[in-house]
Design a protein around this ligand. Structure first.
Ligand SMILES: *Cc1c(COP(=O)(O)O)cnc(C)c1O
Length: 306
């Protein structure tokens, strides 16, 4: 299976930081979503020939689900609220790669029976009741099954830290739904109390992220530590400091993505500046395919050509 991604070390602000290269998990199926969807890859679902997903047509989860469906030999049906013309016409990025993988992307704004339904309501009321060949995966992989693959990742980190005699370790990863961060920290609390998870809220604010943690793990003593910056950055928007951080990281020899990682590394910077002395491991959660559409937008806004 897709396990044991390598750990590398980079120099960042004069410090050595370990990077867990989950972006290298496998050629076709890697990063955060591969961990969260591992449960579906490694289990059999007799009679289920269609995988049902939903979310943004430019999201990493669309591409990752298309890769999963291909590996499992099933059809992906991915429901979206609408698709922008430029997304349909693009030959690169998550949408284009998912189409190449055979994904059937369904724009419900074009369905006569949508009425006022949200995408979830449409799936629950119009799709699932009429078919029993479908396996439904909620948006972004935010549910119980994700625990399986994330705990596996946690155990990999524990095994690695023990092999390198790192009894105290800070693990950093930026959060969307917070699913990965909270399941990781839960496992560390139970199995390796010397390892602590730090994260930041890329989508929504601290309050939203806390709420997400609570939905999945009710015991707040198992929640990760949330790092905050003074300024609020909105998800999916372009910011000069994000672009600068992308290039700063590129100089270390590793490419990171542009939605979550710039904020993540800005928070790492803050942690280091605040005097954190423990060794740090940053989890590279993949998502590089999205750079094919994000980078041109950044280049148009902050042209770096000299
Ligand atoms: C989905 C994703 C995240 C967010 O993961 P959560 O478990 O929702 O917090 C972060 N980085 C990348 C690259 C992702 O694809």
């Amino acid at each position: 299976m897709f396990v044991n991604s390598p750990v590398e070390s980079i120099e960042f602000n004069g410090r050595h930081i370990f990077v867990k290269r989950d972006d290298l998990l496998s050629e076709t199926f890697s990063g955060n979503k591969a961990r969260k969807f591992a449960y579906f890859l490694e289990n059999e679902f007799p009679g289920k020939s269609v995988l049902i997903g939903h979310g943004s047509p430019v999201a990493n989860s669309l591409y990752s689900m298309s890769a999963l469906a291909k590996l499992k030999g099933v059809q992906l049906e991915f429901y979206v609220d609408h698709i922008a013309e430029q997304v349909i016409n693009s030959t690169v990025g998550n949408y284009a790669a998912a189409v190449v993988n055979g994904a059937n992307i369904i724009d419900i704004s074009k369905m006569a029976d949508r009425q006022e339904r949200s995408v979830i309501e449409y799936i629950e009321q119009k799709v699932l009741p009429e078919r029993d060949d479908c396996l439904f995966v909620p948006e972004g992989g935010r549910c119980e099954y994700a625990r399986y693959g994330v705990h596996h990742l946690a155990q990999e980190i524990i095994t690695w830290s023990q092999a390198h005699n790192l009894l105290q370790l800070s693990v950093f990863l930026p959060s969307g739904t917070g699913t990965t961060a909270v399941f990781l920290n839960e496992y560390f609390v139970q199995h390796a109390p010397g390892i602590q998870v730090f994260t930041c809220a890329c989508v929504g604010d601290r309050q939203y992220l806390k709420q997400q943690f609570n939905l999945l793990v009710s015991d707040a003593s198992m929640h990760p530590h949330i790092v905050e910056l003074d300024k609020k950055y909105h998800f999916g928007k372009l910011y000069r400091p994000f672009y600068d951080m992308y290039y700063k990281l590129l100089m270390t020899g590793i490419e990171f993505e542009l939605l979550y990682d710039p904020l993540g590394w800005m928070c790492v910077e803050k942690l280091l500046d605040s005097g954190l002395k423990q060794p740090m491991l940053y989890i590279h959660q993949g998502g590089l395919l999205g750079n094919a559409t994000m980078l041109p937008r950044y280049q148009r806004k902050y042209d770096r050509a000299l």
